[in-house]
Design a protein around this ligand. Sequence first.
Ligand code: KIV
Length: 258
Amino acid sequence: MAKTTIKQLRKKEQPLVMITAYDALFAKLFDKEADMILVGDSLHMSFYGADDTVSATMEQMIYHTKAVCNGASESYIVCDMPFGSYKNPETALDNAMRVYKETKADAVKIEGNKPKVIKKLTQNGVAVVGHIGLLPQNARSEGGYSVKGRDEEQKKRIIKDAKAVEKAGAVLLVIEGVKADVAAAVTQSVDIPVIGIGAGKETDGQVLVWSDMLGFFEGFTPKFVKQYMDGASKVRKAVAHYAQDVRDKEFPQSEHTY
Ligand code: KIV
């Protein structure tokens, strides 16, 4: 199949599918099923073992985005901009240019209502995916993760954020950790596709973090994650089997020997 372009990622009857990936191996496995692959800075937690995403760097994001681009040939690829890399429009442009020049990513993702940053990038030819609602890069300053849009005032603010991000030129919007009615209202309020995570079923698509949905990340499992596989226990069992085989001299056998 041909490469998915932004023109194909429209609001449609059938929801759009986004999944995160951090390397070529898994990107290749996900490529046929997903419309979009997000190289999320969540990799800093699940791959690197950090407590939050705040200390992720441009170098990490570029390295992992290159790897994902090596593995996926069809999906639309989005690179997450790490905390501090878009603190003003000029810094954002320098860093987003690096993403475009050093990787084959189709777009960068920016957390929050940052119209000046989004405008600067789009005016300079970089496609931007917005991210509103619960912003993981604020977890340290807010002292954790909490569902947003719990009252009318927050709901209005989130809808306002969505409209501002769209007006600034974003091509897609991720909405995270909000009440389902808020995500539904946002989806109705903007023309760009809205991809939800922990945001109910009324959005234009869904995204999940691969290591959560495949059961590899055991730190914690948010309520919104559906686990499609028990990855961690499958891997543990397989590695224990291998270790036992080596200790028992059951491996290697003649078929594994030159
Ligand atoms: O970093 C990430 O994986 C994300 C998703 C939670 C949307 O931003």
